[in-house]
Ligand binder design. Sequence first.
Ligand code: BG6
Length: 369
Amino acid sequence: DKGGWSSFMAKEVSEEPEAVANTLRGRIRDGAVAIPELEGLDDLFRDISRVIVVACGTAAYAGMVAKYAVEQWARVPVDVELAHEFRYRDPVIGPDTLVVSISQSGETMDTLMAVKYARERGAKTLSICNTQGATIPRESDAIVYTHAGPEVAVASTKAFVAQITALYLLALHIGQVRGAIAPDEVAAQIEEFEAVPGKIRRILETEQERIEQFAYWMADTRSVLFLGRHVGYPIALEGALKLKELAYIHAEGFAAGELKHGPIALIEPGQPVFVLVPSPRHSALLHAKVVSNIEEIRARGARVIAVAEEGDAAVLPKADEVLRIPLAGPLFEPLLSVVPLHIFAMGLSTAKGLDVDQPRNLAKSVTVE
Ligand code: BG6
């Protein structure tokens, strides 16, 4: 039931705030992270020396975002691998490896096979999954469910923000168990977390119509590029994936620093480029670098659409359009900046008269390898 919305995707994007709130619920106690499903597993988290995330598609991008949080808060090294590449390269894994799988459906065959392979090699496995009782969680040593609610549209949206939420909770949990993060630092992150649903709601209220209008004007666009740095990089990849899936156009995401090593050759007059601008409050250096990337591509005629925090005045004169997100802690920006990109992809697909919920050639859950 679309509940009055024009598509399941429109409904599911509108549910992104609840996806975060519901995934947090019941997992925070007295200013600390307490995940009931992980009770009794402290030894497991104490004994690991590395984490490998395996997933496909959008879920893999959630894993790339989470790498920053697990390394920062839990001080455990993280690799993120596409599940279908993992078992074909004789990976170095053993009992000190925690393999974290991420899957909305819990049935993606590529991810399931990676989990089974990891178990056979003696690694510990933890599943981040949105579907109670699905195959992948059943095959895993531990489970942290995302509570995004059923996701019907093929392109994943609310599950993505729920996955990042669950992974961040897991990062804080591991950090607490290992004593890698101070209690007041945990409390500060929890405070950030609790503000996220309201901030996403604000983006939906203030920017959605504008972005849709803007997508409508861009209906003839044949290629869109996305640039991001740090946690903005996986969001650039996610923005591009959504456009491929939904609008059937060429779209590519790049790490902004990579621009000068190749992709800048793609810039010709009129090329639309989305740029995820990190907050200047967190790192003036990172911000300045991205602003200078904007100058470089603009000088070559790119049409720049910046996603920047409210009040970032430096971006305004440099970009053709600025989509605003509320202020958030450095690791929390992706939960906000992805929302305009989801709206844009949905808007462009709609503007082209395509089926937003059932894009051609794709299936919601791919149960073949
Ligand atoms: C794809 C879906 O084929 O599978 C994507 O079209 C999704 O939207 C990917 O991100 C992974 O699916 P799951 O269920 O394992 O998260």
